[in-house]
Design a binder for this molecule. Structure first.
Ligand SMILES: Cc1ncc(COP(=O)(O)O)c(C=O)c1O
Length: 377
């Protein structure tokens, strides 16, 4: 090896050296950019307080019962968690009237999404997802080099299920439906999903991401468990991060026939859900009062935005989630201007340049957001 070659190597940073070792399809991936932390924004803009309405969290906070259960567990943190998550799976099963074998838990539903893709998709296999929708489907599919088929929502952001059916090919292995859909807030009815499933070949796994299920208060509400009970290859994805106010704990779960979940059990890490999360989430499920309070807060917040945005002449997409898509013109510019005024929302969703997504907060937080919008629009 010549001296100059050695010199070249020395000048390279370690990341450059290992670049050729990285699996090629992973090179184009970019790290997930979450909503900006409040402390970060306060520092940058010299603000004494900010309102964060960017990550669809529950402004009511966690259930007091969850906090108490977590405190009770703390002296036992030297012990590994129950790897099988028996208690929390039992509590979830009881809550949905299925057996613990119908429940698979993960480190947030994000982890469950990733495990589903890793378990069922090989390079080149097709995954159908709505567009725009939650970005975890796209990034998880990219990790396994699956062929991502994004099926556009209609102009009013309603699903185009006919289009989805027509895009199924012999290579299609997994279809994801997200309802209510993040970031649009639009939703599917039970009848729509039931008719859709009748038109989808049995060999295709249908994943229904219901992270915002508990907020839905429309007629013909989706009951995905019916399809599981009927023996369909359907997975319902749910989470404690939204209505249960426990996003920081990281526990999401899949409900499906035990024979489907057995494959996920084979690939998960031995202790993928920590003991604190298991204890807190089991207790949260028993707190109906907290859920009722959270639901009422969200319903009032939705109404507040409907009135407030209406007054400002800003149109919005009807939502069944704890967030709302508002059409503000230049989404990125409004996002930045709101941030300077101490209100953090989300913008920059692919295909949604004219919109910002506002998570519904407390009455006071929503008021702050509407007041800030009034100075801009
Ligand atoms: C549709 C959807 N699915 C899944 C998740 C992830 O939830 P978790 O916190 O359980 O990972 C989110 C989070 O925003 C979401 O919007």
């Amino acid at each position: 090896m010549s001296d100059s070659k050695n010199l070249d190597d020395l000048q390279k940073i370690p990341g450059d050296k290992v670049r050729r070792l990285v699996r090629p399809h992973l090179l184009a991936l970019r790290p997930y950019v979450p909503g900006r932390p409040a402390a970060d924004v306060m520092r940058e803009f010299g603000l004494s307080e900010v309102v964060k309405l960017a990550s669809n969290e529950n402004p009511a906070g966690p259930s007091p019962k969850a906090i108490a259960a977590i405190e009770r567990l703390l002296p036992e943190l030297h012990l590994y968690p129950d790897g099988a998550g028996q208690d929390v799976r039992g509590a979830i099963a009881q809550h949905v009237d299925l057996t613990a074998e119908h429940v698979f838990i993960g480190n947030g539903s994000d982890e469950v999404i990733k495990l589903i893709m890793e378990t069922f998709l090989d390079a080149g296999d097709e995954l159908l997802v709505p567009f725009p929708s939650f970005m975890s489907y796209t990034s998880s599919a990219a990790m396994v080099n699956a062929r991502l088929v994004q099926v556009p929502l209609q102009e009013d952001f309603q699903y185009n299920l006919n289009d989805m059916v027509e895009r199924v090919t012999p290579r299609t292995k997994v279809i994801v439906l997200c309802t209510p859909n993040n970031p649009t807030g639009t939703w599917l009815t039970h009848t729509q999903v039931a008719e859709f499933l009748q038109r989808i070949p049995d060999r295709v796994l249908v994943v229904i991401d219901e992270a915002y299920l508990e907020y839905v208060d429309t007629a013909d509400r989706l009951d995905s468990l019916q399809f599981i009970r009927e023996g369909r290859a359907v997975i319902s994805l749910r989470t404690f991060s939204k209505m249960y106010g426990l996003a920081g704990l990281r526990l999401g779960y899949a409900l499906a026939d035990p024979s489907v979940l057995a494959y996920l059990q084979q690939v998960r890490l031995p202790f993928n859900v920590n003991a604190v999360a298991q204890a807190g989430c089991a207790a949260a499920l028993a707190d109906d009062e907290h859920v009722a309070r959270s639901r009422a807060l969200n319903a009032a917040g939705r109404a507040q935005y409907h009135v407030g945005l209406g007054r400002l002449g800003i149109s919005y997409i009807p939502t069944q989630g704890n967030f709302l898509l508002a059409r503000v013109g230049d989404g990125q510019a409004v996002f930045e201007a709101l941030m300077r005024r101490g209100v953090i929302v989300r913008a920059g969703f692919a295909g949604l340049t004219e919109y910002i997504r506002i998570s519904i907060g407390t009455k006071e937080q929503n008021e702050r957001c509407l007041e800030a919008l009034a100075t801009l629009c």
